[in-house]
Ligand binder design. Structure first.
Ligand code: EPZ
Length: 416
């Protein structure tokens, strides 16, 4: 399954059930390392990153069983081991094993994390926080060795509200002696969900949803089940896609609607009509897109993960638009591929300028990362004729079944 062929869509009509959140469930899976017993995670998406995360747990003698969106994790026989780069290098969230393993065993030796190529993605804030907790860190080749004889709670200021660093330090703080204060912490929904899960395990956390988190560690703890929330980026993908193509769609599974408030606001500005009904969001559009100037930002601003989708849809806008990226320094792979389809798009610094009024023309384009790949599928639906998207395994890292979802609303596309 290396390529997807997409035909231009004249209209999208039907229902899409939004899958469980990738970026919420991955830290929760890492957090189960702190527990002893059997935990069940419901609404767990069937995506490559989840399965690699399970393989990492298996290296620690933790048993996992995935069946029909339910992940059962048995940590009764958990045992320390190092984690090989062959696995850790396959996803970003493998770095969270550090915090969880330090909390449980006071040591962790893991390969460097991988993840989408959207910037340099350093982990200096994670490591600076661990150092403050009295952890010795050694980097050698592709690996990191962390060790502490006495992990100490600390008062730490994150120089940037990194999502991953906040998650990692939260996990480590669960095993630290005394109180840890994280200032300048990320406030993304994924952090709130992780905090709530840790609280359900018996950890005391104050300030949930704010940028100051106070954690009282208690070490290895009991178990708790978790019902995963919907994936706000997948929901945003289909909302933005519906701006660029005439649509009449029901999105189900969106419970915490405030997690996508800003995305809904941007989509409304682009021309999308959204009505919230009891069990679904009803979205309708004429496919006519209004231009505008936009910027990504940390939550609750417009998410960086939807930047490629937004740029793609704006190629059709009736006028000039711009999108400024403020989170990652290299997230513009979408630009060169859109140009192959005939779009007039230019990058200047961290801003992309889009000359609208374009009709894209089908061609062969490449998926270069997860979200850019989803944007290429959208571009294929908007472009005349047929578009082939290669390297689509990136998309399967985070979208459970983008082809099935879109076939369900009448799109013509298939794996080739
Ligand atoms: C998470 O990545 C998400 N990944 C990303 O989604 C998302 O784009 C990002 O948060 C921002 O919302 C997962 O949750 C698995 P960061 P993360 O640490 O944690 C700099 C997707 O498509 N930084 O908040 O890696 C960093 O370079 C993915 O699902 C440091 O300088 O993001 C970046 O510029 C892609 N030092 C900024 O902070 C550090 O130690 C934000 O990174 C850490 C980060």
């Amino acid at each position: 399954m290396k390529a997807i062929s997409v035909k231009e869509a004249s209209c999208l009509k039907g229902t899409i059930a939004i899958q469980g959140s990738k970026n919420t469930v991955l830290p929760i899976i890492a957090a189960t390392i702190l527990t002893s017993g059997i935990s069940v995670i419901y609404n767990c998406p069937d995506i490559i990153d989840v399965h690699v995360m399970c393989e990492l747990l298996n290296c620690l003698n933790i048993r996992t069983c995935y069946k029909e969106h339910t992940l059962t994790i048995d940590t009764n026989d958990a045992a320390y081991n190092s984690l090989p780069y062959e696995l850790t290098g396959r996803l970003r969230s493998s770095v969270l094993m550090l915090g969880a393993m330090l909390a449980r065993w006071g040591r962790a030796e893991i390969g460097m994390p991988g993840g989408c190529t959207i910037g340099t993605r350093p982990i200096d804030i994670h490591l600076e926080g661990f150092s403050k907790m009295n952890v010795d860190i050694e980097e050698y080749g592709d690996c990191l060795r962390c060790k502490t004889f006495y992990m100490q709670g600390c008062d730490f200021v994150l120089r940037y509200p990194s999502v991953g660093a906040t998650e990692n330090l939260l996990l480590a703080a669960c095993g630290a002696k005394g109180r840890t204060v994280l200032r300048g912490a990320a406030k993304e929904p994924e952090i709130i969900e992780l905090c709530n899960y840790l609280v359900s395990l018996g950890i005391l956390i104050d300030g949930i949803g704010t940028d100051v988190l106070v954690i009282k560690g208690t070490g290895c703890i009991g178990c708790s089940d978790y019902v995963n929330v919907y994936d706000r980026i997948v929901a945003g993908t289909y909302l933005l896609m519906s701006c660029g193509i005439p649509a009449d769609i029901r999105l189900t599974g969106i419970d915490e609607i405030h997690y996508i408030r800003n995305v809904l606001r941007v989509c409304a500005g682009l021309g999308l009509n959204v009505v919230r009904l009891e069990h679904y969001l009803h979205i309708q559009s004429s496919g006519i897109v209004c231009p505008g100037d936009f910027a990504t930002g940390i939550y609750p601003e417009f998410p960086t993960d939807l930047l490629p989708m937004l740029i793609t849809v704006l190629t059709k806008a009736m006028g000039e638009s711009s999108v400024t990226e403020t989170v990652f320094e290299n997230r513009f792979a979408v630009v060169s591929e859109l140009r192959r389809l005939g779009a007039r798009v230019n990058v200047n610094g961290n801003r992309v300028y889009i000359d609208g009024n374009d009709k894209l023309t089908g061609h062969t384009v490449k998926a270069t990362d997860l979200r850019q790949g989803a944007a290429m599928v959208t571009a294929g639906l908007m472009a005349s004729g047929y578009t082939t998207i290669t390297d689509t395994s990136f998309i399967q890292r985070g979208y459970e079944d983008i082809v099935g979802d879109l076939k369900g609303v009448g799109a013509v596309l298939e794996y080739i």
